[in-house]
Design a protein around this ligand. Sequence first.
Ligand code: SF4
Length: 464
Amino acid sequence: MIDLVSKEKLFRRYDGAGPRYTSYPTATEFSEHFDPDAFEKHLHNSNESLIPRPLSFYIHLPFCRHLCFFCACNKIVTRDETKALGYLDWLKREIEILCAKLDTDRRVIQLHLGGGTPTFFQPEQIRQLVDHIQRHTRLPLDDDREWSIEIDPRTVSRDSLKQLHDVGFDRISVGVQDLDTKVQQAIHRTQSPPETIEVINHARDVGFQSVCVDLIIGLPFQTSHSFARTLSRLLFLRPNRFAIFPYAHLPHRFTPQQRILATDLPSAKERLKIFELALRILAEAGYVHVGLDHFVLPEDPLARAQRNGSLCRNFQGYATRPDCDLIGFGTSAISKLARCYSQNSHDLTKYLGEITHQRLPITRGISLSDDDLIRRRVIEQLMCFGRVDLGLVLESYRAVTEPVDYFPHELSKLIPFANDGLLTLSPDFIIEVTPLGRFLVRAICMVFDRYRNEATAVSHSRLT
Ligand code: SF4
């Protein structure tokens, strides 16, 4: 068994900056030459599918009442709710414009409201938004649906949770990050443990069938001891999922992070200890580790998807329906169709301007080549299952090439990973990531990222 010091050395060697691969190619490769016309061509092709492809809608609601110093999201911080009212109207117009281009047979089976803070808005406003979607597309309120909403515990009551459940949401993601007071003060996000616990209990009482708790590792003043205390308090509530993300300190890219002192952050060794401890505590509590950063109860749809091979990666992290096209609405939202990604404008004024002219507010994106599709499949398999059969992937894209000919450089770059015990590579080119390598799977994925070699100095988060 490898000791902590050797592990730390490995982490130092491989734990550089790297993408989280919620898409491949990553968003840094999106081009401004990709315009709404290009997107519409892809959408037309997708509409032509003989079996209507189901849809997953993501709605970005970028407003927040408070600024969290660690935040890297696209958001607008204001306490003035009237500032946000116009946004909902523009969002509805965008929904109308886009839904008019969708084949009417296509059903929306997943709906996710994210932010920002979706609960910045009143439940009645959210109801009107959902009603609007239902008027313009097929969004059935049936048992197959997966409707989720991100909740800031500081902005909801039992009553508002009940109203959101009545609208049709059956899952919530609760932003917690850490329950320790000192950590909360350092990140400018104070929410008392009783407040958080009460919200989770209320959510269960009013009927939400799934509660996901979001936590972050690597925040200022966090220690393995403090994080274990946070976890044990939350485990008592038995959430269906934990999503545990590594904090990426990039103050040159995200201004709010300049309020966090690098000297207050846990050392690499402490981060590693926190990760290992979290893994052990969650495994002992019966949670299944899914993909990179999710821990779920064994009967959770994500665990089932991991078991039956249907787990997939998207901008919300992990999802269960690889057959869905993802359509994003709102500022900065990203859409994913079979052969393209597109992104709406980050800039609110520009976003509104495009919609005023009845145009989709898409400002960049990328059409995928056959090579992109092959590499995306390889990376997605590694991120979801920690295993990939390179020959099978090539075969599924009818590439008449052997892995050794298609990936000669990649295969040689994998040798150090294999020598360090992070993966195994079989003679028939099946890569299996080891439990140790799972921590560093992003570094393994980077080997297959063709654009990395061409990339200029673009910073991403650290791998753990
Ligand atoms: S972490 Fe969430 S609530 Fe905090 S500023 Fe960012 S988007 Fe808003």
